[in-house]
Ligand binder design. Structure first.
Ligand code: ZN
Length: 635
């Protein structure tokens, strides 16, 4: 029976207790001591493709009789939020010496389960299933007829009361017959279709997912190196596994450019896991010795088309240094059920966003032109595209968004702000690079910061946490300046955050021609982007995605959720609305008249806008040297 707060409060008063009653969970706090009873044996059966169910059988050694609290991971690294999929955890049965032990869920922590271990038991047997999503409304689809993505946090429980790295695990997995896999885990043996991995601590296990598939390819990205780096690819169809020599060369350059940037690495081997699929959900999730990357199937086979998102692998790889090895102190939590603090995500994600794009250009994943167009698109967002950051919110506050919004769609994203610490962070670091160059006459750059801050202690593995003061101290070590104020002004202020462009010799301008970057993103997101003209972006068949707060479309009464049916009396399509904007710019008496549908109601909306189409571009400022081109030059 669920105890109500009122009943509990009355109970406390009846006992003559204090009038203040705290409702807290009853989960033992993690201690930094070894879990000495023995290693968790975690056996996962991942063969039920028809039902997309992972079946788990786990043996947990116990040292003594009494209460045992088992935790299902809640705070997921890389998500920076309490997103452990407890809603898909089912079928829990716990046994000791062959007898079922009744379990109870902690009243105030739905991720914690208590059992009473009887005298004489040396281990408990835990069985449960992870019911993976059947469609994307339920979460990421991770199992298809051709591939699967096994994340250990979804298919294991662990004892409360210990640091995750103090708990040893012996994992194994049974994969569908004939499938191959990639993972940072090291294989100990294989039998009867099961793969047994070498013992690993639970912290590293959760950091070491598996991509497995019917169609699989493994490429060596650093031939002959003492620290191997591989690209493991699974695909919907073998035809997507065709990789040209040029494409292989570019991915090898990615590894070398990252090494030149940091000068040290913090793994003994690294495995990119890449899914090329329309069925399995896309992904981008960093780990210390691997990364999960998911793109549409034609990543290699339609190389020219899908370039907008081609900084994915460089972004996730960069996290091995920034985020996994060096981590904001409030994110370096002892286990997966302790609240994470996200205050330094503007370094973790912001600088990774910065390097992900710069190194994409340095390695050839992007051309210089593609980089410049992309940075213009990013800069425009922090010039005119985030009225919420210009008015009520700041970049620092957006670091709370993984917990606030949990990546759910937002009604007015541009006004609410979201995970802006990524791209706003990128703009801030571009600004820092400009300042370092200015202070040192071009002798020092952000490459120096990267090397000193992230590229230290070659071969060291353990997380090296840092604080805001450490960031400031390192910058001061490169070039003395009031970096604390410099950063805080940008993090806590209201923008714009485009100063880095000017310091690198470029200007942000707008004209009526979309860049290839804008076109590529329109294609990727199936939308028409009129953010800087009408103040609206429109999805398939006229469905309005986002309306710029206080922009022309907003002030005319448009909002997300409406559908544009007709433009100036003709059926809506992407060209029709752009033609209407262009016509209204030539003739200020010409209205832009939209027929929109809102629920079952149709209405005519007139937008009084005559500024024409507007898309962001970069233009050289010849009074200053072009250091942006120097920044993205291969090392
Ligand atoms: Zn990231």
């Amino acid at each position: 029976m669920k105890r109500t707060p009122l009943a509990a409060a009355l109970f406390a008063i009846a006992l003559g207790g204090t009038t203040v009653v705290a409702f807290a969970d009853d989960v033992p706090a993690p201690q930094n001591v070894p879990y000495s009873a023995g290693a968790l044996k975690i056996n996962v059966d991942a063969t039920d493709l028809a039902h997309r169910v992972f079946r788990v059988q786990e043996t947990i050694p116990v040292a003594a009789a009494g209460r045992l609290t088992l935790l299902y991971p809640q705070w997921i690294p890389g998500n920076h939020s309490p997103t452990g999929p407890i809603d898909k955890f089912a079928g829990l049965t716990v046994k000791a010496n062959g007898k079922v032990l009744p379990w109870t869920r902690d009243e105030y922590n739905v991720y914690a389960f208590n059992v009473d271990v009887p005298q004489g038991a040396s281990e408990v047997e835990v069985d449960f299933q992870f019911l993976s999503p059947q469609d994307t409304r339920q979460g990421r689809v991770v199992m298809t007829p051709e591939m699967l993505n096994l994340q250990w946090n979804t298919v294991s429980v662990y004892p409360a009361g210990y640091y995750a790295r103090q708990i040893q695990a012996e994992p194994s997995v049974k994969l569908p017959a004939g499938w191959q896999f990639g993972s940072a885990l090291e294989v100990a043996s294989q039998d009867g279709g099961s793969v047994h991995f070498k013992p690993i601590d639970y912290d590293d296990l959760v950091d070491s997912p598996i991509y497995a598939g019917k169609y699989f390819k493994r490429l060596d990205l650093d031939p002959g190196a003492s620290t191997p780096v591989h690209l493991n690819i699974v695909a919907d169809d073998p035809k997507y596994l065709e990789v040209t020599p040029d494409q292989l060369k570019i991915h090898r350059q990615l590894v070398q450019q990252m090494y030149k940037l940091y000068g040290a690495h913090h793994y003994d081997h690294y495995d990119f896991l890449l899914s090329l699929s329309d069925k399995m959900s896309g992904n981008g999730l960093e780990h210390h010795r691997s990364s999960e990357n998911g793109t549409p199937p034609a990543y290699f086979t339609e190389w020219g088309k899908g370039w907008a998102m081609r900084d994915l692998l460089s972004h996730e790889f960069n996290h091995s240094w920034d985020g996994k090895y060096r981590r904001g102190a409030d994110l370096a939590t002892p286990n997966f059920n302790v609240t994470m603090g996200d205050s330094l995500l503007w370094v973790y994600e912001g600088q990774t966003q910065f390097w992900g794009q710069v190194v994409a250009a340095r390695s050839g994943l992007w051309s210089d032109k593609q980089y410049l167009e992309m940075i213009a698109a990013v800069a425009s967002v922090y010039d005119k595209g985030r009225p919420g950051l210009a008015s009520w919110r700041n970049v620092q506050d957006t670091t709370n968004d993984p917990t606030i919004a949990l990546r759910r769609p937002l009604p007015y994203r541009n006004y609410q702000g979201s995970e802006d610490y990524y791209s706003a962070g990128e703009m801030i670091w571009l600004d820092v690079d400009g300042k370092l160059r200015e202070l040192t006459g071009g002798k020092k750059t952000i490459d120096d910061f990267a090397k000193v801050f992230f590229g230290v202690n070659p071969g060291a593995w353990d997380v090296d946490p840092y604080t805001f003061d450490d960031v400031v101290k390192t910058l001061n070590g490169i070039s003395p300046y009031d970096w604390a104020s410099y950063l805080r002004t940008r993090l806590d202020g209201h923008g714009p955050l485009t100063g880095g462009l000017a310091s690198h010799g470029w200007k942000l301008v707008y004209n009526d021609k979309p860049s290839d970057a804008v076109k590529a993103m329109e294609m990727f997101r199936h939308m028409t982007d009129l953010s800087y003209s009408l103040g609206v972006s429109i999805g398939k068949e006229g469905a309005i995605n986002d309306v710029l707060w206080d922009g022309p479309a907003f002030n005319a009464g448009l909002s997300p959720g409406m559908t544009i049916v007709a433009v100036n009396g003709r059926s809506y399509d992407s060209d029709a609305i752009k033609d209407a904007v262009t016509a209204a710019a030539k003739d200020s008496s010409q209205p832009i008249e939209l027929l929109v549908k809102n629920f079952d109601e149709y209405k005519t909306v007139r937008i009084d806008y005559h500024g024409g189409l507007k898309y962001p571009h970069l233009e050289r400022d010849s009074s200053k040297p072009d250091t942006l081109s120097q920044l993205i030059k291969a090392k």
